[in-house]
Design a binder for this molecule. Structure first.
Ligand code: RNT
Ligand code: ZN
Length: 439
Protein backbone atom coordinates (compact mmCIF):
# COMPACT_ATOMS: atom_id res chain seq x y z
CA UNK A 1 0.00 0.00 0.00
CA UNK A 2 2.67 2.53 1.02
CA UNK A 3 4.85 1.55 -1.95
CA UNK A 4 1.91 2.16 -4.28
CA UNK A 5 1.40 5.59 -2.75
CA UNK A 6 5.03 6.47 -3.34
CA UNK A 7 4.61 5.65 -6.99
CA UNK A 8 1.69 8.08 -7.48
CA UNK A 9 3.39 10.77 -5.48
CA UNK A 10 6.50 10.41 -7.59
CA UNK A 11 4.52 10.80 -10.81
CA UNK A 12 3.07 14.03 -9.44
CA UNK A 13 6.55 15.32 -8.63
CA UNK A 14 7.89 14.49 -12.07
CA UNK A 15 4.95 16.25 -13.67
CA UNK A 16 5.67 19.38 -11.71
CA UNK A 17 9.19 19.57 -13.07
CA UNK A 18 8.00 19.38 -16.67
CA UNK A 19 7.69 22.63 -18.50
CA UNK A 20 3.94 22.85 -19.03
CA UNK A 21 4.26 26.20 -20.76
CA UNK A 22 6.45 24.74 -23.50
CA UNK A 23 4.13 21.75 -23.79
CA UNK A 24 1.13 24.00 -24.21
CA UNK A 25 2.90 26.13 -26.83
CA UNK A 26 3.72 23.02 -28.85
CA UNK A 27 0.17 21.71 -28.57
CA UNK A 28 -1.24 25.09 -29.51
CA UNK A 29 0.79 25.09 -32.72
CA UNK A 30 -0.31 21.60 -33.67
CA UNK A 31 -3.97 22.48 -33.16
CA UNK A 32 -3.50 25.78 -35.01
CA UNK A 33 -2.33 23.69 -37.95
CA UNK A 34 -5.83 22.23 -38.28
CA UNK A 35 -7.54 25.56 -37.71
CA UNK A 36 -8.24 25.20 -33.98
CA UNK A 37 -7.53 28.18 -31.73
CA UNK A 38 -6.87 26.57 -28.34
CA UNK A 39 -6.65 29.93 -26.53
CA UNK A 40 -10.12 30.76 -27.79
CA UNK A 41 -11.40 27.32 -26.77
CA UNK A 42 -10.04 27.78 -23.25
CA UNK A 43 -11.52 31.25 -23.02
CA UNK A 44 -14.89 30.05 -24.26
CA UNK A 45 -15.15 27.11 -21.86
CA UNK A 46 -14.17 29.33 -18.92
CA UNK A 47 -17.52 31.08 -19.42
CA UNK A 48 -19.77 28.03 -19.80
CA UNK A 49 -21.90 27.26 -16.75
CA UNK A 50 -22.40 23.66 -15.65
CA UNK A 51 -24.90 22.96 -12.91
CA UNK A 52 -23.42 20.67 -10.28
CA UNK A 53 -25.97 18.70 -8.27
CA UNK A 54 -25.82 18.64 -4.48
CA UNK A 55 -27.11 15.07 -4.24
CA UNK A 56 -23.87 13.18 -4.98
CA UNK A 57 -22.73 14.23 -1.50
CA UNK A 58 -25.34 12.40 0.56
CA UNK A 59 -26.79 9.68 -1.70
CA UNK A 60 -29.91 11.77 -2.53
CA UNK A 61 -31.18 11.66 1.05
CA UNK A 62 -31.81 15.34 1.79
CA UNK A 63 -32.72 16.77 5.17
CA UNK A 64 -36.50 16.64 5.33
CA UNK A 65 -37.18 12.93 5.77
CA UNK A 66 -35.80 10.08 7.88
CA UNK A 67 -32.30 9.36 6.47
CA UNK A 68 -32.55 5.69 7.42
CA UNK A 69 -35.48 5.19 4.98
CA UNK A 70 -34.61 3.99 1.48
CA UNK A 71 -35.08 6.15 -1.62
CA UNK A 72 -38.40 5.73 -3.40
CA UNK A 73 -39.72 6.88 -6.75
CA UNK A 74 -37.82 4.47 -8.97
CA UNK A 75 -34.32 5.71 -8.11
CA UNK A 76 -31.68 3.95 -6.07
CA UNK A 77 -28.17 4.45 -4.79
CA UNK A 78 -25.95 1.47 -4.16
CA UNK A 79 -22.96 1.24 -1.86
CA UNK A 80 -22.12 2.33 1.63
CA UNK A 81 -18.77 4.08 1.41
CA UNK A 82 -17.97 5.87 4.65
CA UNK A 83 -18.08 9.66 4.92
CA UNK A 84 -21.55 10.58 3.63
CA UNK A 85 -22.54 14.18 4.43
CA UNK A 86 -25.21 14.04 7.15
CA UNK A 87 -25.90 17.70 7.81
CA UNK A 88 -26.15 20.91 5.77
CA UNK A 89 -22.79 21.98 7.21
CA UNK A 90 -21.08 18.77 6.11
CA UNK A 91 -22.68 18.88 2.66
CA UNK A 92 -21.65 22.49 2.16
CA UNK A 93 -18.08 21.78 3.28
CA UNK A 94 -17.84 18.82 0.89
CA UNK A 95 -19.36 20.81 -1.95
CA UNK A 96 -16.83 23.59 -1.44
CA UNK A 97 -14.02 21.05 -1.54
CA UNK A 98 -15.35 19.83 -4.89
CA UNK A 99 -15.62 23.40 -6.20
CA UNK A 100 -11.96 23.91 -5.39
CA UNK A 101 -11.01 20.83 -7.43
CA UNK A 102 -13.08 21.70 -10.50
CA UNK A 103 -12.32 24.28 -13.18
CA UNK A 104 -14.93 26.49 -14.85
CA UNK A 105 -18.19 28.21 -14.00
CA UNK A 106 -20.61 26.33 -11.79
CA UNK A 107 -24.15 26.55 -10.53
CA UNK A 108 -25.47 24.67 -7.50
CA UNK A 109 -28.36 22.34 -8.29
CA UNK A 110 -30.54 21.80 -5.22
CA UNK A 111 -33.53 19.60 -4.48
CA UNK A 112 -36.42 20.76 -2.32
CA UNK A 113 -35.61 17.95 0.11
CA UNK A 114 -32.49 19.90 1.10
CA UNK A 115 -34.54 22.54 2.93
CA UNK A 116 -32.93 23.68 6.17
CA UNK A 117 -35.42 23.88 9.02
CA UNK A 118 -33.73 25.65 11.84
CA UNK A 119 -35.89 28.78 11.79
CA UNK A 120 -39.35 27.97 13.07
CA UNK A 121 -38.99 24.19 12.72
CA UNK A 122 -40.15 21.60 10.21
CA UNK A 123 -42.86 22.13 7.59
CA UNK A 124 -43.99 19.63 4.99
CA UNK A 125 -43.12 19.96 1.32
CA UNK A 126 -46.34 21.75 0.38
CA UNK A 127 -45.48 24.54 2.83
CA UNK A 128 -41.80 25.20 2.20
CA UNK A 129 -40.76 28.82 1.79
CA UNK A 130 -37.74 30.82 0.65
CA UNK A 131 -36.60 31.17 4.26
CA UNK A 132 -35.91 27.43 4.39
CA UNK A 133 -33.30 27.96 1.70
CA UNK A 134 -31.75 31.22 2.89
CA UNK A 135 -28.62 29.38 4.05
CA UNK A 136 -28.21 27.94 0.55
CA UNK A 137 -28.54 31.43 -0.94
CA UNK A 138 -25.86 32.66 1.44
CA UNK A 139 -23.71 29.71 0.41
CA UNK A 140 -24.21 30.42 -3.30
CA UNK A 141 -23.39 34.09 -2.87
CA UNK A 142 -20.28 33.29 -0.86
CA UNK A 143 -19.09 31.04 -3.68
CA UNK A 144 -20.20 33.39 -6.45
CA UNK A 145 -22.46 30.82 -8.12
CA UNK A 146 -26.08 30.62 -9.27
CA UNK A 147 -28.74 28.20 -8.07
CA UNK A 148 -30.96 25.68 -9.86
CA UNK A 149 -33.86 23.93 -8.20
CA UNK A 150 -35.94 20.74 -8.25
CA UNK A 151 -39.21 20.00 -6.49
CA UNK A 152 -38.81 16.59 -4.81
CA UNK A 153 -41.60 14.27 -5.92
CA UNK A 154 -40.08 11.14 -4.35
CA UNK A 155 -38.85 9.65 -1.07
CA UNK A 156 -41.79 10.97 0.96
CA UNK A 157 -44.73 9.36 2.81
CA UNK A 158 -47.22 11.20 0.58
CA UNK A 159 -45.93 9.35 -2.43
CA UNK A 160 -48.95 7.06 -2.10
CA UNK A 161 -48.91 3.88 -4.21
CA UNK A 162 -45.90 5.32 -5.99
CA UNK A 163 -47.89 8.30 -7.30
CA UNK A 164 -47.65 12.07 -6.89
CA UNK A 165 -48.74 14.51 -9.64
CA UNK A 166 -50.60 11.77 -11.51
CA UNK A 167 -52.38 10.41 -8.46
CA UNK A 168 -56.14 9.65 -8.71
CA UNK A 169 -56.41 10.66 -5.04
CA UNK A 170 -57.24 14.36 -5.42
CA UNK A 171 -56.16 15.31 -1.93
CA UNK A 172 -52.82 13.69 -2.44
CA UNK A 173 -52.38 15.17 -5.89
CA UNK A 174 -53.11 18.62 -4.45
CA UNK A 175 -50.38 18.19 -1.86
CA UNK A 176 -47.88 17.64 -4.67
CA UNK A 177 -49.23 20.49 -6.81
CA UNK A 178 -48.84 22.78 -3.82
CA UNK A 179 -45.27 21.51 -3.46
CA UNK A 180 -44.59 22.39 -7.10
CA UNK A 181 -46.03 25.88 -6.66
CA UNK A 182 -43.99 26.45 -3.50
CA UNK A 183 -40.93 25.49 -5.52
CA UNK A 184 -41.72 28.04 -8.26
CA UNK A 185 -41.73 30.74 -5.57
CA UNK A 186 -38.44 29.48 -4.15
CA UNK A 187 -36.89 29.33 -7.63
CA UNK A 188 -37.92 32.95 -8.21
CA UNK A 189 -36.33 33.88 -4.89
CA UNK A 190 -33.10 32.16 -5.97
CA UNK A 191 -33.02 34.07 -9.26
CA UNK A 192 -33.69 37.39 -7.53
CA UNK A 193 -31.10 36.86 -4.82
CA UNK A 194 -28.30 35.64 -7.06
CA UNK A 195 -29.13 37.72 -10.14
CA UNK A 196 -28.80 34.51 -12.18
CA UNK A 197 -31.83 32.75 -13.73
CA UNK A 198 -32.88 29.53 -11.99
CA UNK A 199 -33.71 26.34 -13.88
CA UNK A 200 -36.52 24.51 -12.07
CA UNK A 201 -36.88 20.91 -13.15
CA UNK A 202 -39.99 18.79 -12.77
CA UNK A 203 -39.42 15.05 -12.65
CA UNK A 204 -41.78 12.46 -11.19
CA UNK A 205 -41.27 8.73 -10.79
CA UNK A 206 -45.00 7.98 -11.06
CA UNK A 207 -45.73 4.77 -12.87
CA UNK A 208 -46.68 1.10 -12.69
CA UNK A 209 -44.70 -2.06 -12.21
CA UNK A 210 -47.04 -4.09 -14.35
CA UNK A 211 -49.33 -3.60 -17.29
CA UNK A 212 -51.73 -0.76 -16.43
CA UNK A 213 -55.44 -0.77 -17.25
CA UNK A 214 -55.43 2.96 -17.91
CA UNK A 215 -52.50 4.74 -19.48
CA UNK A 216 -54.26 7.95 -20.39
CA UNK A 217 -55.80 8.87 -17.01
CA UNK A 218 -52.49 9.32 -15.15
CA UNK A 219 -51.08 11.35 -18.02
CA UNK A 220 -54.12 13.62 -18.14
CA UNK A 221 -53.82 14.21 -14.42
CA UNK A 222 -50.06 14.80 -14.70
CA UNK A 223 -50.69 17.34 -17.47
CA UNK A 224 -53.28 19.15 -15.38
CA UNK A 225 -50.94 19.14 -12.36
CA UNK A 226 -48.02 20.70 -14.25
CA UNK A 227 -50.39 23.29 -15.73
CA UNK A 228 -51.46 24.25 -12.23
CA UNK A 229 -47.84 24.44 -11.05
CA UNK A 230 -46.71 26.67 -13.90
CA UNK A 231 -49.72 28.96 -13.37
CA UNK A 232 -47.95 30.12 -10.21
CA UNK A 233 -46.86 33.66 -11.18
CA UNK A 234 -43.23 33.79 -12.29
CA UNK A 235 -41.01 35.47 -14.87
CA UNK A 236 -40.05 32.75 -17.38
CA UNK A 237 -36.79 34.55 -18.10
CA UNK A 238 -35.82 34.24 -14.45
CA UNK A 239 -37.41 30.87 -13.65
CA UNK A 240 -36.90 28.41 -16.47
CA UNK A 241 -39.22 25.49 -15.88
CA UNK A 242 -38.16 22.19 -17.41
CA UNK A 243 -39.88 18.79 -17.60
CA UNK A 244 -37.77 15.62 -17.51
CA UNK A 245 -38.92 12.37 -19.10
CA UNK A 246 -38.08 8.81 -18.13
CA UNK A 247 -38.76 5.48 -19.78
CA UNK A 248 -38.88 3.33 -16.64
CA UNK A 249 -37.69 3.14 -13.05
CA UNK A 250 -37.05 0.46 -10.45
CA UNK A 251 -40.49 -0.87 -9.51
CA UNK A 252 -42.16 1.05 -12.35
CA UNK A 253 -40.91 -1.02 -15.25
CA UNK A 254 -44.06 -1.20 -17.36
CA UNK A 255 -45.28 2.37 -17.46
CA UNK A 256 -44.21 5.88 -16.52
CA UNK A 257 -46.63 8.82 -16.74
CA UNK A 258 -43.83 11.21 -17.77
CA UNK A 259 -42.67 9.38 -20.87
CA UNK A 260 -40.50 10.98 -23.57
CA UNK A 261 -43.45 11.86 -25.81
CA UNK A 262 -45.44 13.21 -22.89
CA UNK A 263 -42.81 15.64 -21.62
CA UNK A 264 -41.57 16.70 -25.03
CA UNK A 265 -45.08 17.51 -26.19
CA UNK A 266 -45.88 19.23 -22.93
CA UNK A 267 -42.89 21.53 -23.41
CA UNK A 268 -43.72 22.07 -27.07
CA UNK A 269 -47.27 23.15 -26.33
CA UNK A 270 -46.64 25.32 -23.26
CA UNK A 271 -44.70 28.50 -24.04
CA UNK A 272 -41.67 29.04 -21.85
CA UNK A 273 -41.44 25.39 -20.72
CA UNK A 274 -38.27 23.56 -21.73
CA UNK A 275 -37.76 19.84 -22.31
CA UNK A 276 -35.07 18.15 -20.22
CA UNK A 277 -33.32 15.02 -21.45
CA UNK A 278 -31.44 12.78 -19.04
CA UNK A 279 -29.26 10.36 -20.98
CA UNK A 280 -30.11 7.55 -18.53
CA UNK A 281 -33.78 7.78 -19.38
CA UNK A 282 -34.02 6.10 -22.77
CA UNK A 283 -33.71 2.63 -24.19
CA UNK A 284 -30.06 1.53 -24.07
CA UNK A 285 -29.28 2.05 -27.76
CA UNK A 286 -31.08 5.40 -27.99
CA UNK A 287 -28.56 8.22 -27.79
CA UNK A 288 -29.26 11.66 -26.37
CA UNK A 289 -26.37 12.97 -28.50
CA UNK A 290 -28.55 12.24 -31.51
CA UNK A 291 -31.62 13.94 -30.01
CA UNK A 292 -30.15 17.32 -29.07
CA UNK A 293 -30.09 18.71 -32.62
CA UNK A 294 -33.72 17.69 -33.22
CA UNK A 295 -34.86 19.53 -30.14
CA UNK A 296 -32.79 22.58 -31.07
CA UNK A 297 -34.70 22.77 -34.37
CA UNK A 298 -37.85 23.52 -32.40
CA UNK A 299 -36.95 24.98 -28.99
CA UNK A 300 -35.02 28.16 -28.23
CA UNK A 301 -33.57 26.46 -25.19
CA UNK A 302 -33.36 22.92 -23.86
CA UNK A 303 -31.91 21.29 -20.75
CA UNK A 304 -29.81 18.20 -20.09
CA UNK A 305 -29.02 15.89 -17.20
CA UNK A 306 -25.72 14.28 -18.01
CA UNK A 307 -25.16 10.93 -16.36
CA UNK A 308 -23.73 7.49 -17.17
CA UNK A 309 -26.21 4.67 -17.44
CA UNK A 310 -24.62 1.21 -17.21
CA UNK A 311 -27.19 -1.28 -18.57
CA UNK A 312 -29.95 0.74 -16.92
CA UNK A 313 -30.48 4.21 -15.44
CA UNK A 314 -27.78 3.43 -12.89
CA UNK A 315 -26.47 7.00 -12.54
CA UNK A 316 -22.82 5.97 -12.53
CA UNK A 317 -20.27 8.79 -12.31
CA UNK A 318 -19.79 10.57 -15.63
CA UNK A 319 -16.46 9.70 -17.25
CA UNK A 320 -14.84 10.72 -20.50
CA UNK A 321 -16.64 8.09 -22.56
CA UNK A 322 -17.82 8.22 -26.14
CA UNK A 323 -21.38 9.33 -25.45
CA UNK A 324 -20.26 12.15 -23.12
CA UNK A 325 -17.88 13.35 -25.84
CA UNK A 326 -20.59 13.11 -28.47
CA UNK A 327 -23.08 15.04 -26.31
CA UNK A 328 -20.42 17.72 -25.75
CA UNK A 329 -19.88 18.06 -29.50
CA UNK A 330 -23.59 18.59 -30.03
CA UNK A 331 -23.62 21.27 -27.36
CA UNK A 332 -20.71 23.27 -28.76
CA UNK A 333 -20.64 22.89 -32.50
CA UNK A 334 -23.91 24.23 -33.80
CA UNK A 335 -23.49 27.98 -33.79
CA UNK A 336 -25.16 29.36 -30.71
CA UNK A 337 -26.16 26.04 -29.10
CA UNK A 338 -23.87 26.62 -26.15
CA UNK A 339 -26.14 29.49 -25.12
CA UNK A 340 -29.26 27.40 -25.68
CA UNK A 341 -28.45 24.26 -23.70
CA UNK A 342 -28.78 24.33 -19.92
CA UNK A 343 -26.20 21.78 -18.81
CA UNK A 344 -26.54 19.89 -15.53
CA UNK A 345 -24.97 16.76 -14.08
CA UNK A 346 -27.00 14.00 -12.45
CA UNK A 347 -25.26 10.95 -10.98
CA UNK A 348 -24.84 9.44 -7.55
CA UNK A 349 -22.46 6.70 -6.53
CA UNK A 350 -22.40 5.68 -2.86
CA UNK A 351 -19.80 2.95 -3.32
CA UNK A 352 -16.72 5.18 -3.64
CA UNK A 353 -15.35 8.37 -2.10
CA UNK A 354 -18.08 10.88 -2.89
CA UNK A 355 -15.74 13.87 -3.27
CA UNK A 356 -13.83 11.94 -5.89
CA UNK A 357 -17.03 10.79 -7.61
CA UNK A 358 -18.37 14.34 -7.77
CA UNK A 359 -15.04 15.71 -9.06
CA UNK A 360 -14.41 13.00 -11.65
CA UNK A 361 -17.88 13.60 -13.11
CA UNK A 362 -17.49 17.36 -13.32
CA UNK A 363 -13.95 17.29 -14.65
CA UNK A 364 -14.87 14.63 -17.21
CA UNK A 365 -17.65 16.74 -18.63
CA UNK A 366 -15.31 19.73 -18.76
CA UNK A 367 -12.78 17.64 -20.66
CA UNK A 368 -15.43 16.54 -23.12
CA UNK A 369 -16.51 20.15 -23.68
CA UNK A 370 -12.94 21.36 -24.14
CA UNK A 371 -12.24 18.50 -26.56
CA UNK A 372 -15.32 19.45 -28.54
CA UNK A 373 -14.12 23.05 -28.64
CA UNK A 374 -10.69 21.85 -29.82
CA UNK A 375 -12.22 20.08 -32.81
CA UNK A 376 -12.06 21.59 -36.30
CA UNK A 377 -15.83 21.48 -36.45
CA UNK A 378 -16.20 23.71 -39.50
CA UNK A 379 -13.61 21.73 -41.47
CA UNK A 380 -15.22 18.43 -40.53
CA UNK A 381 -18.63 19.74 -41.54
CA UNK A 382 -17.16 20.80 -44.88
CA UNK A 383 -15.86 17.26 -45.43
CA UNK A 384 -19.34 15.90 -44.71
CA UNK A 385 -21.11 18.40 -46.95
CA UNK A 386 -18.74 17.68 -49.85
CA UNK A 387 -19.14 13.96 -49.31
CA UNK A 388 -15.51 13.36 -48.39
CA UNK A 389 -16.51 10.75 -45.87
CA UNK A 390 -13.36 8.61 -46.08
CA UNK A 391 -11.24 11.61 -45.21
CA UNK A 392 -13.66 12.63 -42.46
CA UNK A 393 -13.25 9.30 -40.72
CA UNK A 394 -9.47 9.36 -41.07
CA UNK A 395 -9.17 12.93 -39.76
CA UNK A 396 -11.53 12.31 -36.86
CA UNK A 397 -9.38 9.36 -35.82
CA UNK A 398 -6.17 11.37 -36.20
CA UNK A 399 -7.52 14.01 -33.84
CA UNK A 400 -7.82 11.42 -31.09
CA UNK A 401 -4.04 11.37 -30.63
CA UNK A 402 -3.51 15.13 -30.59
CA UNK A 403 -1.96 16.40 -27.32
CA UNK A 404 -5.23 17.32 -25.69
CA UNK A 405 -3.79 16.76 -22.20
CA UNK A 406 -1.54 19.78 -22.59
CA UNK A 407 -4.45 22.02 -23.52
CA UNK A 408 -6.41 20.64 -20.57
CA UNK A 409 -3.52 21.47 -18.20
CA UNK A 410 -3.46 25.04 -19.53
CA UNK A 411 -7.22 25.31 -18.94
CA UNK A 412 -6.78 24.04 -15.36
CA UNK A 413 -3.98 26.53 -14.78
CA UNK A 414 -6.03 29.45 -16.12
CA UNK A 415 -8.96 28.43 -13.93
CA UNK A 416 -7.02 27.91 -10.70
CA UNK A 417 -7.86 24.22 -10.56
CA UNK A 418 -5.37 21.55 -9.53
CA UNK A 419 -3.57 19.71 -12.32
CA UNK A 420 -4.62 16.28 -13.49
CA UNK A 421 -1.82 14.60 -11.61
CA UNK A 422 -2.33 16.35 -8.31
CA UNK A 423 -6.07 16.79 -7.62
CA UNK A 424 -6.50 13.30 -6.23
CA UNK A 425 -3.93 13.95 -3.50
CA UNK A 426 -6.35 16.58 -2.19
CA UNK A 427 -9.13 14.00 -2.04
CA UNK A 428 -6.97 11.59 -0.07
CA UNK A 429 -6.03 14.34 2.34
CA UNK A 430 -9.68 15.38 2.82
CA UNK A 431 -10.71 11.78 3.36
CA UNK A 432 -8.08 11.36 6.04
CA UNK A 433 -8.71 14.67 7.79
CA UNK A 434 -12.49 15.04 7.43
CA UNK A 435 -14.49 12.16 5.94
CA UNK A 436 -12.93 9.35 7.97
CA UNK A 437 -13.91 11.14 11.18
CA UNK A 438 -17.63 10.93 10.30
CA UNK A 439 -18.65 7.86 12.23
C1 RNT B 1 -34.26 10.32 -11.76
C2 RNT B 1 -34.03 11.61 -12.45
C3 RNT B 1 -33.92 12.81 -11.57
C4 RNT B 1 -33.14 12.53 -10.31
C5 RNT B 1 -32.81 13.76 -9.49
C6 RNT B 1 -32.36 13.41 -8.12
O1 RNT B 1 -34.20 9.24 -12.59
O2 RNT B 1 -32.91 11.52 -13.26
O3 RNT B 1 -33.40 13.85 -12.27
O4 RNT B 1 -31.93 11.87 -10.58
O5 RNT B 1 -33.89 14.59 -9.51
ZN1 ZN C 1 -32.13 13.30 -14.15
Amino acid sequence: MSEEKNLWEKIGEVAETLNTEARYEAAKQLYAGIGVDTDAAIEKLSNVTVSLHCWQGDDVRGFDTDPSKPLTGGIQTTGNYPGRARTPEELMADYEKVLSLCPGKKKLNLHASYAIFDEGGFVDRDKIEPKHFSKWVEFAKKNGIGLDFNPTFFSHPNMKNGLTLSSPDEKNRKFWIDHGKACVRIAEYFAKETGIPCVMNIWIGDGYKDIPADRKGPRERYKDSIEQIISEPHDPKQVKITVESKVFGIGVESYTAGSAEFTLLFAATHPGILPLMDNGHYHPTEMVSDKISSLLCYFDEIALHITRPVRWDSDHVVILDDETKEIAKEIVRNGDSLDRVNIALDYFDASINRISAWTVGFRSLQKALLMALCTPNKEFKKLQDTNQLTKLMAKQEELKVYPFGDVWEEYLLKNDAPSELSWYNEVEKYEKEVLSKRV
